[in-house]
Write a protein that binds this ligand. Sequence first.
Ligand code: F0G
Length: 449
Amino acid sequence: MKTIIEPFRIKAVEPIRLPTAEHREAALRRAGFNLFRIEAKHVLIDLLTDSGTGAMSAQQWAAIMRADESYAGSTSFLRLRETVEEIMGFRQMLPTHQGRASERILFDLIGGAGKIVPNNAHFDTTRANIEHSGARAIDLAIPEAADPTSRHPFKGNLDLDRLESLLAAESARIPVVMCTVTSNTSGGQPVSLENLRATRQLCRRYGVPLFLDACRFAENAWFIREREAGQQERSARAIVREMFDLADGATISAKKDGIVNIGGLLLLRDAELFRRASDLTILTEGYVTYGGLAGRDLEAMALGFHEVLDEDYLRYRIRSTTYVGEKLLEAGIQIVEPPGGHAIYIDACRFCRRLSREQLPGQALVVALYRHAGIRTCEVGTVMFGARRPPPLDLVRLAVPRRVYTQSHMDYVVEALIELFGERDRIRGLRIVEAPETLPHFSASFEEL
Ligand code: F0G
């Protein structure tokens, strides 16, 4: 059969409805044209993020009832630790309430003034936590990552030449090299095993540890299986294990490939660092066997890590995102090619061709798509990163929650975008009225030009 189906059926449903045009307009104005500030009940299809928005399985919900809520040494913690050891090969792990808590603990310990932390492309919270510690965050993606039309199969790869020059000049100031799998800010693009292995070698040569930002580890592994020479016969599990075996540690937001609504992990091989991270976890997250989560969250996470490696799931997951990307490309809408794993990224400068960068084409498209069809998306561009260091592109991300929307939902999204594309010269630019210094996109307000 050619058709790749959703490999699940639906047991519980949540109604969604399209608010009227007047309601959408009023909601936009109340929110200062910032979709983070709109009440979710006014959204029809929510592609703001794939984080914490996945649908849990019947098994996960059952496990939630079975969970052990003991403060210390809970059975649910032990089950999660066993899972993490089996899948990722790390014995020392700390649960945290989400990815950025793991980042905060890590960079409190190894960041600080004068330090430099390279990554293929830092996610905004990672960058913010590094800078909050006083250190400098540097992106070292391969040049193809900045070209939306490049079909390089691994646009998440680290630029090894630039990494080596940096390590040769500054290794004493580099506490860790990070690699984000898949690279969210460059379009949900994967990192190859070959690139990870070479990064590992460079790190070893210069005595610097390698950490993964492993939120979407399973999607990355599936791309490796599909695209990298010699990997087609391996299981996603085996590839995941090799990815983690190359690393000295990892920060993970389980809200993505853990398929849970909340939770994160910090994985560490170094015993002394683990001891210090445990002390910090107790200080602000909670005791080391729950780390700011309930036992039921740990239980759901343990199962989520198994379920995400189901190959029927991964095949469907990557195919269904690709499907949206292909339909948009066919209609002449430039996206970051090739389509990403968890999201499709539209090149908003090309879409809103009449708007200059100062008129915030990404945010303008986000607003227009909500206004047109009740669809919520997210700008990844000048608003997210700030005009002080404008990114190479203004993108609009359509992030696809896991196991939530069906093909007809996504057909609606495609149709809405194609309609809007026909009227794109009428999309109005925006101006920032108010924005905080850090992570401005969450709370900024705008006005239309
Ligand atoms: N690293 C990456 C690559 C991420 O995509 C995220 C979150 C984090 C770290 C932080 O994890 O949210 O659990 O604290 N990304 C979400 C997104 C918010 O929409 O892409 P968190």
